[in-house]
Design a protein around this ligand. Structure first.
Ligand code: GLA
Length: 390
């Protein structure tokens, strides 16, 4: 048996794919895969509610029809064969208590768990760094050009901690979540289908950011922001004028307006650079236990995702407003957006009131019968590599 958790991203949205640092934490909800090695190369997996899938594990697999969960099994098999070579197949059963299409990275958790199952069946050991070479690349097989945040958080998070994930080279620093801080994940009731229409919108944001960078003649956002990208970079927390980053300062000031960017490119640039600064500020706020500042940064992040990058939706915006009216210190959409969940941050002692407030202000105006099914207490749990297996 192997298992991999979902994640909630606390801050750092739509920037991992530009190589900038992000701050998610692993949830206690996870995908479990019970497996038995086979003697041949057949992969068979069954999942309650999703049916059975089977195929031969050959070195070059082609995708199943778009939207089919078999694609995540194929993506895992493909990732393993690229990095370690194909091997014997498995008979597997997949169970999950992680809601799908909610922005909680259930698809990445499935891919992580199934990859670990295939490696386990073939008695292969892999390091975090090796897995991070294979997994994000492998998921592109499914058609979404995501970043590496979800896989890194699902693999290597630590109990009780958020994960500051940096890229190029991949690294994860555990940041202890203060004992009296609470997080809630609440669904806005609009599904965020990663493999559906939202996929193109997501890929378009990524392309706009990359195009802005190319037009500005910069090698990467990290180079632009001064090395560390966010944490350790020159554009640090609480520093309104990025003095150490003359390029960014002048770009944000005047130069940007003279560069011929489309409005989508300009928006992507503005969101990405400001979000990188917020991640840096949020990490120091968490380390100092400054809950008021942390909450404010979540709200600023949501405003940028809503107004600048434009990946929110009216349902998510109403949910965030309802959370703030209910005593939260901050709230924002989490994950790719276009539906799915918001993360709500409050003092732990205020969480019951925030929950009740959301039930009254948001869910009572919807057809939801039991609001408790739409809200998950987000306790920071361990990643797949740090789990005690039964
Ligand atoms: C999805 C992707 C992540 C990340 C977020 C947006 O969840 O899988 O890699 O890009 O969107 O922050």
């Amino acid at each position: 048996m192997v298992s991999a958790p979902g994640r909630v991203n606390l801050i750092g949205e739509h920037i991992d794919y530009h190589g900038l640092a992000v701050l998610p934490m692993a949830l206690r909800r996870r995908i479990r895969v019970a497996f038995r090695p086979r003697a041949d190369n057949r992969i068979r997996a069954v999942s309650a509610g999703y049916g059975m899938r089977e195929f031969d594990w050959t070195p070059e697999l082609s995708p199943a029809p778009a939207g089919d969960w078999e694609n995540y099994l194929r993506a895992a098999a493909q990732a393993v064969s690229r990095e370690w070579g194909a091997g014997v197949g498995v008979d597997a059963a997949v169970i999950s208590d992680l809601p799908a299409a909610a922005g909680l990275a259930s698809s990445s958790a499935l891919m992580v768990a199934f990859t670990l199952a295939l490696l386990g069946a073939n008695r292969r050991r892999a390091t975090f760094e090796e897995l991070m070479e294979a997994l994000p690349e492998g998921e592109q097989f499914v058609g979404t050009r995501g970043g590496g945040m979800d896989h890194a958080a699902s693999l290597a998070s630590r109990e009780g901690c958020a994960s500051l994930i940096e890229f190029d080279p991949i690294g994860l620093r555990a940041i202890r979540v203060p004992e009296d801080w609470g997080f809630l994940v609440a669904h806005c009731l609009k599904m965020a289908e990663k493999s559906g229409a939202a996929r193109e919108a997501y890929n378009a944001r990524r392309a706009a950011g990359a195009a802005a960078l190319a037009r500005l003649g910069a090698a990467s956002f990290r180079a632009l922001l001064g090395g560390g990208g966010s944490v350790g970079g020159c554009w640090q927390a609480d520093a309104p004028a990025p003095q150490g980053c003359p390029l960014v300062a002048s770009l944000v000031g005047q130069t940007l307006s003279s560069v011929n960017l489309t409005s989508d490119e300009r928006n992507a640039f503005e969101h990405v650079t400001s979000e990188a600064r917020r991640v840096s500020a949020a990490v120091s706020a968490m380390e100092r236990g400054d809950a008021a500042l942390f909450g404010r940064l979540l709200l600023e992040s949501h405003a940028s995702l809503r107004d600048v990058l434009q990946v929110s939706c009216p349902e998510l915006d109403r949910l965030v407003d309802a959370a703030m009216q209910s005593g939260a210190l901050g709230a924002r959409l989490t994950g790719a957006g276009f539906g799915g969940c918001a993360v709500v941050f409050a003092a732990k002692r205020d969480m019951p009131a925030v929950r009740q407030g959301l039930a009254a202000r948001f869910y009572s105006k919807t057809p939801v019968v039991d609001p408790d099914t739409q809200m998950i207490d987000a306790e920071p749990g361990p990643g797949a590599l740090h789990m005690e297996m039964p």
